[in-house]
Write a protein that binds this ligand. Structure first.
Ligand code: ADP
Length: 396
């Protein structure tokens, strides 16, 4: 089936039009500055990129601009929007209600709205994308694919926080986890690469701007590093990861920050950017560290150290590990980062083959022949997962 995959943010909207069976991407692009002025970048394989300024006061105009360019006789890829069989939407927070993807109907929209307090930045934007598509393409089936759904198999001991239980019961405070579509895709690929054994223990390292690890037993999530929100876990580009909550009280008291300012610091000014003062981009950090910048080196060391700690924790929590997967921008592309993270993990049976590890953006086994634990590089493909879910639900 031909599926339009939509990832709507508050002022941007990414799209990909693809075949859910072959994974072929016919066109993809990005609407930016929605609600400000409006910019569309449209890419078709083998052609020059198209960049247009188009007024986009709301997500409705953005979706309309995407559909217009898709049917444009010169720049488009289809003759009519009827060729779009279904639309798949990435939705950040499904709460505990959504354990899998679902057809968007009134009940589903209500449930996404109910999760707004849990995903206050993303869910309203995701809903704007959904409502715009419903308005403009009322007859086309729409499917919601949740970033949290894959993690809903975690046992209570992994998702409960050690705070008064009433906050879980009354206020839904628990670990949810994110990047679920990516963890689901790469963990399934890893099971396949292991030869589809009846039982498997896999650690997926999604290392990008935002990063998270997951522990997967027999293809199901048993634990993950992000929490109620995506701030939790280990240091990321600009997010702190887990911090001692005492730091909040201390800094808020010293500088008079309110909670919004404090969270802005933890979300936008922390992580490897915060430690290095150089950049949130790992390529910049590599360059700076190579020139002797000690704080850039410290930021990299801290990232590696914390990822290793999570790998160790998940290995013992699962009682072993069969494969470690590296994915997303850093995991797929940074040869050095993979090598440094695996360094010292011989104690749990990990042995990297440095030659094989000399690879970027390809699905490969990079472990040594005698490594007890396989190490895989698996480029993630969240859009394909969304398209596949959308096709299978839209068919019924
Ligand atoms: P997002 O979370 O925004 O989807 P990505 O998964 O695209 O992010 O990852 C972006 C990160 O990947 C950036 O920090 C970037 O520096 C890093 N990255 C991309 N290529 C390389 C590379 N060759 N070496 C090191 N880091 C890389």
């Amino acid at each position: 089936m031909k599926i339009l995959v939509i990832n709507a943010g508050s002022s941007s909207l990414k799209y990909q039009f693809m075949d859910s069976d072959s994974g072929e991407v016919f066109a993809k692009g990005l609407c930016e500055r929605i609600g400000i002025d409006g910019k569309l970048t449209h890419k078709v394989p083998g052609r020059d990129d198209v960049k247009n300024d188009i007024a986009m006061p709301t997500h409705n105009e953005a979706i309309q601009a995407v559909l217009d360019i898709m049917v444009d006789p010169q720049k488009g890829v289809i003759a009519s929007t009827d060729e779009i069989d279904a639309v798949g939407h990435r939705v950040l927070h499904g709460g505990a209600a959504f354990t899998e993807s679902c057809i968007i109907d009134d009940k589903c929209i209500e449930a996404i709205k109910k999760c707004i307090p849990l995903g206050p930045l993303h869910n309203p934007a995701n809903l704007m994308g959904i409502e715009a598509c419903q308005k403009i393409m009322p007859k086309t089936p729409q499917v919601a694919v949740f970033d949290t759904a894959f993690h809903m198999t975690m046992p209570p001991k992994a998702y409960i926080y050690a705070i008064p239980y009433e906050y879980y019961e009354k206020d839904d405070v628990r670990r949810y986890g994110f990047h679920g579509t990516s963890h689901r895709y790469v963990s399934a690929r890893a099971v396949d690469m292991l030869g589809n054994p009846a039982h498997s223990k896999i650690i997926c390292c999604h290392l990008g701007n935002g990063s998270s690890l997951s522990a997967c037993i027999d293809g199901k999530c048993a634990d993950t590093s992000m929490g109620l929100g995506p701030l939790a876990g280990f240091p990321m580009g600009t997010r702190s990861g887990d911090v001692d909550a005492t730091i909040l009280e201390y800094l808020m008291g010293r500088y008079g920050y309110d909670i919004k300012e404090m969270l802005n610091i933890l979300n936008k000014k922390s992580g490897v950017l915060g430690i290095s003062g150089v950049s949130s981009d790992f390529r910049d950090l590599d360059d700076a560290a190579a020139k002797g910048n000690e704080r850039a080196q410290l930021a990299l060391d801290k990232f590696i150290y914390e990822v290793k700690k999570f790998i160790g924790a998940y290995t013992t929590a699962m009682g072993g590990v069969d494969a470690i997967v590296f994915t997303a921008g850093i995991g797929e592309n940074s040869i050095d980062m993979r090598e440094k993270i695996c360094e010292g993990l011989e104690c749990i049976g990990v042995k990297l083959d440095k030659e094989k590890n000399n690879v970027r953006g390809k699905e490969v086994d990079v472990s040594a022949a005698d490594s007890k634990v396989k190490v895989f590089v698996i480029p993630t493909n969240e859009e394909l997962m969304i398209a596949m879910d959308t096709a299978s639900l839209a068919k019924n």
